[in-house]
Design a binder for this molecule. Structure first.
Ligand code: F6P
Length: 552
């Protein structure tokens, strides 16, 4: 079947399914139910609505506004939408990314060496392990100091240049796994086309000790190529223009060997990946080269093993006890039946500082769509806005709104029992806070309780908490490379299930194209004095003001 002919058989619309109507009626009937009452009515609620997954990852969704019956209805919907068959199709390598005619096989990136997954007759697992083996040799040579720069010095600074999926995953993983990194190497991540990003990240780097990893699936992305060119100029200036230095200070991660070579990087120093890996699903491909250098090949393998464990769980566990599926269904309930428009992801671990930023791309670039696989506009909500900060910082900033604001903000709390830095009382205080937040959100504080504490009646309304604000708590034993892999795969598969239910393609990103095209049109208009071609009056005014300031 050619790309142009690709289409999906018309399926009944999501909102015409009887399973959807059943959920709507149930939502209406449940409208007044408060978590206080749900817990009081069902003493076993915490055990019924919680599940333990791989590596002791415990997911408690009993503080979501669901009952066991809600979950049954949601599972009916998942079955009606063919979630199981679609999981199988993804793992089999079917070209489920219809608009780009591609397989979706990030799961092959962590498949064991002896597994076979065919795409167009080629066993991609062999290719994955070939690249991993080359990455290991390279990572070891940087870590040991065997790899020398142009002047014979060892590498001390690794600068990853990339954006979106070629930045967020490696940057997040470097922070998340900082405790496991080789501390005599520094790692920096340059993504923004704003020259400040490059200037600030490299200001204290000696070019003779700096390695640039240019990460770009396409090797055409404006930001990355601009930063890569700036990096090359910066390095060559230090090496008196000797272009032979490039081979010692630049490596590339890309699917585009031609462009890499045209940039001047020897393809012997290129680590490939494949069009069946979406950018936002690529941190465990060669895009993770900086991660592997930072934590070493053995711990990178553990990271992959963690992903793999969650893949196996996702593929083989019945939907009713399948972590990513349950998480996805709870999200569907909140978005489509309770009207939530956002999801706050709140890790109680400083190492997960960039986790929400990473998830923003994973979730919002995947499921921020309003056109279904059938080419029609969907008539239901899709991806919520994802945001968050590590606790407890957020508690002193935006939690006020989560507790007492008007929007409903479902939260994912993530915490680890064992601290990586056991310092005095810190860990108990941290964990007490995450548990307390989830409890306060769920149960609130009634007016009667407030008044019984002697609060003046006129003040009581301000000090009362409605509660009934939903959250899930993911409690894990310890943040390790393996646990990070499990956690990311959990969210990857959650996104997949939600995309399946909403009937959208989670694997393209046409929505970012228009802005890129218009920027290309405006770039030449910012310089010179010729009148700018007609834009709207707002854009025209802004261009004129910028030109006047620039030429001053
Ligand atoms: O913003 C769109 C996008 O294509 C992302 O999906 C991708 O992760 C990012 O740009 C970077 O793309 P590339 O790796 O090709 O430079």
């Amino acid at each position: 079947m050619s790309f142009a002919q690709t289409s999906v058989a018309p399926a009944p619309l999501l909102n015409t399914l009887p399973q959807w109507s059943a959920l709507q009626s149930h939502a209406l009937a449940q409208r007044e139910a408060h978590l206080r009452d749900l817990f009081a009515a069902d003493p076993a609620r915490a055990s019924t609505l919680s599940v333990e997954g791989p590596g002791g990852m415990f997911m408690d969704y009993s503080k979501q506004r669901v009952t066991p019956h809600t979950m049954e209805l949601l599972l009916d919907l998942a079955h009606a939408k063919g979630v199981r068959a679609r999981i199988d199709a993804m793992f089999r390598g079917d070209k489920i990314n219809l608009t780009e005619d591609r397989a979706v096989l990030h799961v092959a990136l962590r498949a064991p060496r002896d597994e076979r997954i065919l795409v167009d007759g080629v066993d991609v697992v062999v290719e994955v392990h070939d690249v991993l083996d080359r990455m290991k040799v390279f990572a070891d040579s940087i870590r040991s100091g065997a790899w020398k720069g142009h002047t014979g010095k060892r590498i001390r600074h690794v600068v990853n240049i990339g954006i979106g999926g070629s930045d967020l995953g490696p940057a997040m993983a470097y922070d998340a796994l900082a405790a496991y990194t080789q501390r005599d190497l520094s790692f920096r991540f340059v993504s923004n086309v704003d020259g400040t990003d490059f200037a600030e990240k490299t200001r204290d780097c000696d070019p003779a000790e700096t390695l640039f990893i240019i990460c770009s699936k396409t090797f055409t992305t404006l930001e990355t190529m601009t930063n890569a060119n700036t990096a090359r100029d910066w390095a060559l200036k230090a090496f008196a223009g000797d272009v032979t230095a490039v081979a010692k200070h630049f490596v590339a991660v890309s699917t585009n060997a031609q462009k890499v070579s045209a940039f001047g990087i020897d393809t012997a120093n290129m680590f490939g990946f494949w069009d069946w890996v979406g950018g936002r699903y690529s941190m465990d491909s060669a895009i993770g080269l900086s991660t592997m250098i930072a934590v070493g090949p053995a711990q990178f393998t553990q990271l992959l093993d963690g992903f793999r464990e969650m893949d196996v769980h996702f593929r083989t566990t019945p939907l009713a006890s399948n972590l990513p599926v349950l998480m996805a269904l709870v999200g569907i309930w909140n978005t489509n039946f309770l009207g939530a428009q956002t999801l706050a992801v709140l890790p109680y671990d400083q190492y997960l500082d960039r986790f929400s930023a990473y998830l923003q791309q994973l979730e919002m670039e995947s499921n921020g769509k309003h056109v279904g696989l059938d080419g029609n506009r969907v008539a239901w909500e899709t991806c919520p806005a994802v945001w968050g900060q590590p606790g407890t910082n957020g508690q002193h900033a935006f939690y006020q709104m989560i507790h007492q604001g008007t929007p409903l903000v479902p939260c994912d709390f993530i915490a680890f029992c064992e601290p990586l830095n056991p310092l005095g009382v810190h860990q108990d205080l941290l964990i007490a806070n995450v548990f307390a937040q989830a409890e306060a959100l769920a149960f609130g504080k009634t007016r009667a309780e407030v008044e019984s504490e002697g609060c003046a009646p006129w003040l009581a309304a301000h000090r009362q908490f409605d509660g009934n604000r939903p959250s899930t708590t993911i409690l894990c034993p310890r943040l390790t490379p393996m646990m990070l892999g499990r956690l990311i795969a959990l969210y990857e598969h959650k996104v997949f299930v939600q995309g399946t239910i909403w009937g959208i393609n989670s694997f393209d990103q046409w929505g970012v194209e228009l802005g890129k095209v218009l920027a290309q049109r405006i770039i030449p208009e910012l310089s010179g004095s010729a009148p700018t071609p007609a834009h709207d009056s707002s854009t025209q005014t802004l261009i004129a003001r910028y030109r006047a300031a620039r030429d001053r």
